[in-house]
Design a binder for this molecule. Structure first.
Ligand code: HEC
Length: 162
């Protein structure tokens, strides 16, 4: 009995291994391209920045009570994420990302220095926000947060499609 079953099982096992290998080969071929990965990574970073920024927009509009500790925490997170932005755009995805939705304008790669300058403005504004949050002063926070909002918009106006 044993001698009959074993070779069959081995055959089955081999077939399974081959099937898995075939699937991985297909996945490798059809998996995300490096353009797609780059686009997804930068969009993920902006989603995280936005997640941390949103409560502050509510505080600016008096739709949420000013919370200095929360502002301090979230500003520190944005300060950590912001310097990644130029790195996240290192992959030039102009015209190659067929099928991948991106709102990034081509100028990011055509005027890289300007893009970097916009990001520097943003980082300066965020540093100001951190300082204001540490002071615990609501008025200072509102001024600094307005400057951050302006710097997000400053980059989007030039480099992001509506
Ligand atoms: C230096 C330029 C720059 C700065 C500064 C910047 N952004 Fe953006 N942002 C972009 C670009 C470019 C895109 C489009 C990315 C894409 O679609 O590939 C984007 C996309 C986004 C998205 C959409 C992400 C998604 O889900 O696809 C959100 C939300 C966003 N930004 C929020 C913000 C906020 C909030 C700030 C400021 C606190 C900010 N951004 C600062 C350039 C910038």
């Amino acid at each position: 009995m044993r001698s009959l079953v074993k070779p069959r099982l081995m055959k089955l096992g081999l077939a399974a291994v081959c099937a898995v290998a075939a699937v991985s080969a297909v996945q490798a071929q059809d998996g995300p391209s490096s353009d797609q990965k780059a686009i997804e990574a930068r969009q993920a970073a902006f989603k995280l920045i936005n997640f941390n920024w949103e409560p502050m927009t509510l505080m600016l509009k008096n739709q949420m009570k000013f919370d200095a500790a929360l502002v301090q925490k979230n500003a520190a997170r944005i300060e950590a994420l912001g310097p990644m932005i130029p790195d996240l755009f290192a992959t030039d995805t102009r015209g190659k990302a067929a099928g991948v939705k991106t709102r990034a304008r081509e100028g990011i790669w055509g005027s890289a220095a300007d893009f970097k300058a916009k990001n520097d403005d943003f980082m300066k504004a965020v540093a100001g926000l951190s300082t204001a949050a540490k002071s615990g002063d609501e008025k200072a926070f509102k001024q600094a947060a307005a400057a951050v909002g302006k710097s997000c918009g400053g980059c989007h106006d030039s480099f992001r499609d509506k």
